[in-house]
Design a protein around this ligand. Sequence first.
Ligand code: GTP
Length: 556
Amino acid sequence: FPVENIRNFSIIAHVDHGKSTLADRLLEMTGAIAKTERNKQVLDKLQVERERGITVKAQTASLFYMYNGQTYLLNLIDTPGHVDFSYEVSRSISACQGVLLIVDANQGIQAQTVANFYLAFEAQLTIIPVLNKIDLKNADPERVASQIEKVFDIPKEDCIRISAKLGTNVDQVLEEIVKRIPPPVARGDEPFKALVFDSTFDHYRGVVTNIALFGGQVSKGDKIMSAHAGKVYEVNEVGILRPEEQPTDRLYGGQVGYLIAGMKEVKEAQIGDTLFHQKHPVEALPGFKPAKAMVFAGMYPVDQSEYSSLRSAVDRLTLNDSSVTVQRDSSHALGAGWRLGFLGLLHMEVFNQRLEQEYNASVIMTVPTVPYKAVFSSAKLIKGHRGVQKNMVYIDDQRVMMKYLFPLNEVIVDFYDHLKSLSSGYASFDYEDAGYQPADLVKMDILLNGKPVEELAMIVHRDKAYSSGKALCERLKDCIPRQLFEIAVQAAIGSKVMARETIKAYRKNVLAKCYGGDITRKMKLLKKQAEGKKKMRRIGNIEVPKDAFISVLKRK
Ligand code: GTP
């Protein structure tokens, strides 16, 4: 395929502005998928994506498009919009020369529109602004085009106005991709050089890598090597994604596709690695900046006997989501486990859900915390500021963009939900790391019947210690079911108890309603109770539901 006729692009946008819907239309119009109701959001393959209606993984699709009598190969990489998954966006972008920047013509520029724009801008990609949802009654594409001109310095005439839902002007999008985005720079006569920009683990075939070819070509039977692991592999299969895998004889420079080469170990296919022919070593591509974990939590198997199967599940899932960091850890109450780092709370929930759905694993996650650097000294005295305004820009007369410096701990849990409800859904939010700041923090222990539970301990600001302790005890009281004996729930700093709640003794006698002798019914009820207990975790002699560790953090 002539490299001049290849276009590699990705779609970026704020959450819900219509990326996946536009991707569906592009796939339909180029004949990659049939036009049916069933084919909605085809690139959202994961169960968690379908359930939550959000994209968490970037996906790739190759489309063939006829323009001016020539066939073009358009490689589309769909990306997630939520702030927690921006790592996926930056990885996708590295395989592209251009992006479609989708903006909802009703909502206008939002926080992730700005964040994603800069990712593409800094990578020096061609940016095509696309105003979506012009079919909506309240759509105001004129206003949004002016916002784009003002904030991004892109002439408003460059905006394409579409309705991804109805298909209006989507043909223009295809045309403009061909006209405005440059083809990749790659020559077929160079040595083979490819960037691994994604990889998944397949139970039967081992590691499947998604690669972008920066030069040369690769086909079945070739002996290749990876710069990182330094091992030699024979290529078993190459092909393109349409979006289903379609084997081809060869992949050429400039193309995007998949490659299977008998890599059995997750570690062998690092995302960001460079592949080359064994006989023609090349300089490794720069790869990716490692993702920076913002939230940490402990994870343990519900049953210790599941430790090793859980470990391989975590290995495989982190291959597919390399932004998660993993360290071994162990806990007095919960046994052997790991300490995982995530980009945000939604990221952590999605990871947990994928483990359960894709690997059938049952885990306990502990209270998430943000990283701190502790300095032990008698004078830890500098008062930390909790939210300092940095600057403010009026996007137009209806919208303002404000920058604040916040302690990460204040924004990580439910700041976003709170902001949404305060602004009736109008405000949007994005964040980046601003480094460590000194603050007056204390460790708050949670005690169940006098015994501290390390997994529930947290670091809080001294000024908030009393109110957080009280709220936490109240929430734990709601989470922990009554048991045969009374349970005291206390929050303490050192030896000083800040708050206390009591859970009264009680036992649910599941057999109470079973008079007389129906033994099978009795067995059934006891079995059901036992299943309920599986979801519990024994701490000392107290049973704590496994989701208590996270749910205590959320505001009611
Ligand atoms: P994430 O994958 O979660 O980042 O969202 P997304 O940007 O992919 O948005 P998605 O395509 O899921 O669309 C969000 C919602 O907007 C869905 O309910 C779509 O049906 C709706 N939508 C998308 N395009 C249009 C459009 O052109 N007009 C109207 N009226 N609704 C649209």
